[in-house]
Design a protein around this ligand. Structure first.
Ligand code: ATP
Length: 313
């Protein structure tokens, strides 16, 4: 079943189209990474999909229900963690979650049970009686996740959940999101590519309010990013670089020098030929090979290729 659908979703702020004709379909059970540079329209999209903002044009549906700012039943299906969640710093973690449960009208016993479950889930059981004002940023984000899950939402919207965190905090929050897979569909906006690569099944790339691509993370990487061979050769390697640049299966060669080594990054259009031919070419050149590696392409290159190309256009 579809968890999220939008058709022609558009939001204008004066002359600016923050979101411009967005069409998306996200299947239930996925972790969707909504990736884009600053100002691309990610927060605006999340606000439109959660009913916090009204579109200038177009429509959206969450779990089959049309998104409107006044829909009460939609609120019971959706959880939302804003980019900078606000807490009452004088409350402790448990008090805050109980308070959120009360806002959702959870019966007292169920509220306490859900609160304990989520404190455990978010790794905050031990800190439950401490004031939120003393929590680290990572703990605050995990409390925000727990808060967004109090009503057992079917779809969880997370706006840049890791952008302000250090590597350990990020890892803990990402691991927590990954464990949600059984429970909810996750829509996560981010500009951090590594986070998408780590946990998202599907990625949508947005730039200047428009969706550039929507695809399974692995397929995207395989389809767009050209494989790169890295060679380290002793001394200088201008002659082999020139030779490689003339071959039809070589797309691009970059050469840099480190100490007494030449490091070549060779992008190819035909991996099978490259695997067969490259070692022979090195052997025939008489140069001394220090290192040979076929590097797996990263999503970063795909992102730069897609967003960079559009920008130039
Ligand atoms: P960031 O990663 O920097 O948070 P974003 O991808 O979330 O960026 P948005 O915050 O959705 O981007 O903004 C998209 C565009 O819409 C930007 O040009 C922004 O300046 C503009 N914008 C967003 N909200 C408003 C508003 N309330 N009034 C006017 N312009 C706005």
């Amino acid at each position: 079943m579809e968890a999220i659908r939008c058709e022609g979703l558009t939001k204008h702020y004066g002359a600016i189209a923050a979101v411009d004709g967005l069409n998306l379909v996200i299947e239930e059970g996925s972790i969707f990474g909504f990736l884009g540079p600053n100002g691309a329209g990610k927060t605006t999209t999340v606000r439109l999909l959660t009913g916090l903002s009204r579109p200038s044009r177009g429509k959206a549906w969450v779990m089959g229900e049309e998104v409107t700012p006044t829909s009460v039943s939609l609120r019971s299906k959706v959880g939302y963690l804003p980019e900078e969640p606000a807490f009452y710093n004088w409350m402790n973690g448990r008090e805050f979650l109980i308070y959120v449960g009360e806002l959702f009208h959870l019966p007292s016993r169920e509220n306490k049970k859900r609160c304990d479950e989520l404190l455990e889930f978010a790794g905050l059981s031990e800190a439950a009686s401490r004031r939120i004002g003393g929590y680290s940023r990572g703990m605050r984000q995990r409390l925000g996740l727990a808060q967004a899950l109090m009503n057992r939402p079917k779809v969880l919207f997370l706006d840049e959940p890791c952008s302000a965190l250090d590597p350990i905090g990020r890892r803990e929050v990402l691991d927590t999101i990954l464990r949600l897979k059984e429970e909810a569909t996750v829509f996560m906006s981010t500009h951090i590519l590594a986070d998408v690569e780590r946990i998202c099944d599907v990625v949508g790339i947005i730039d200047k309010g428009r969706l550039v691509i929507e695809e399974r993370t692995e397929e995207l990487r395989d389809r767009f990013a050209q494989p790169i061979f890295e060679l380290h050769l002793e001394g200088e390697a201008h002659s082999i670089t020139r030779l490689l640049q003339s071959l039809p299966w070589v797309a691009k060669v970059e050469e840099e020098h480190r100490d007494n080594e030449a490091v070549l990054h060779i992008r190819v259009s035909d991996v099978i030929t490259a695997k067969r031919e490259l070692p022979k070419i090195v052997a025939e050149s008489g140069l001394i090979l220090l290192h040979y590696e076929l590097m797996s392409p990263s999503l970063e290159e795909v992102f730069i290729e897609l967003v960079g190309t559009r920008g130039e256009e």
